[in-house]
Write a protein that binds this ligand. Structure first.
Ligand code: MG
Ligand code: MG
Length: 283
């Protein structure tokens, strides 16, 4: 009989998740600062890898069977799971970077989207920034909802509502697409734990949201269709209609005192401010 890990963690367990969260955040901050035209995705991966190793942690992506990099870097029509390598970034590219650190047996998982600076078609850059903004905003809507949600489905609904309220995408004139085959998840001793967190409404209201729950909230949004395929590398998830993708993610803990974003150095204060929520430190 399979042992079912509890969905709800103790205070000591939540405290153990602070450092891997901060290391994950540091790795992404270093990558963000290095994004420029002419750098390769492989070089960005090496930067994240160095930050994680320097802080005595290891990449939890490398612990995933068959995956050999520290980050996933997905460019333009790639939404998630892009493999870093020789691809060189161009001005105006929309780049989603996903990273995670494991430290003393506990995990962090976070993703950001960045538009590569430099001379590029301004309408294209504006459209890509709008896509990133609606995706990031939907993540924060989900984090804010977690502070008061009764069930996981409340968080999913808040994410979906924010994306659909973003209106037609500038590029396609249609609503933004929400990936349905890839979802958020619990996180703890393993990077991917129960429960699954959908980025859209389902008929299932989902597990109870109460102190001890830690979720990786990670909307994956496109400027067009929600249909994707996996490239021949067996990893990269790319839109079938060629529209751009964006991915934002934070690992978030709910505890007796409130909510805390483990993968944000400010605990989520800036992102939650528009919701009138002040994050509460775990320790
Ligand atoms: Mg991730
Ligand atoms: Mg994740």
């Amino acid at each position: 009989m399979a042992f079912r890990r509890s969905l709800y963690k103790s205070r000591a367990q939540l405290e153990a998740m602070i450092e891997p969260g901060l290391i994950t955040a540091a790795s992404l901050a270093a990558v963000r600062a290095a994004v420029r035209p002419g750098i390769s995705t492989g070089e960005l991966d090496a930067i994240a890898d160095r930050v994680i190793a320097d802080r005595g942690a290891e990449s939890n992506f490398k612990l995933v069977r068959g995956y050999h990099n520290t980050t996933c870097i997905s460019v333009n029509d790639q939404v998630v799971h892009g493999i870093p390598g020789s691809r060189v970034l161009q001005p105006g590219d929309i780049v989603s970077i996903d990273a995670g650190a494991q430290y003393r047996g506990w995990n962090g998982d976070s993703a950001i989207t960045v538009i590569v600076p430099g001379e590029a078609d301004s309408a294209l850059v504006d459209a890509r920034q709008a896509l990133s903004d609606v995706t990031e905003g939907s993540m924060w809507a989900g984090v804010a909802a977690m502070a008061t949600a009764k069930h996981l489905g409340d968080i999913s609904a808040a994410i979906e509502d924010h994306i659909l309220a973003g209106g037609p995408s500038v590029v396609s004139g249609r609503p933004y697409g929400i990936l349905r085959e890839y979802v958020g998840h619990g996180i703890g001793r393993k990077m991917h734990e129960s429960p699954s967190l959908f980025n859209y409404r389902t008929s299932d209201r989902g597990a109870e949201v109460r102190p001890g729950l830690v979720l990786a909230i990670e909307p994956m949004v496109t400027a067009g269709s929600d249909q994707t395929y996996v490239e021949d590398d067996d990893w990269t998830v790319t839109t079938t209609d060629g529209s751009d993708g964006s991915h934002w993610e934070h690992s978030v803990a709910l505890h007796d005192g409130g909510i805390w974003v483990l993968t944000a150095p400010d605990g989520g204060a800036a992102g939650l401010a528009p919701y009138g929520i002040t994050p509460a430190p775990i320790a």
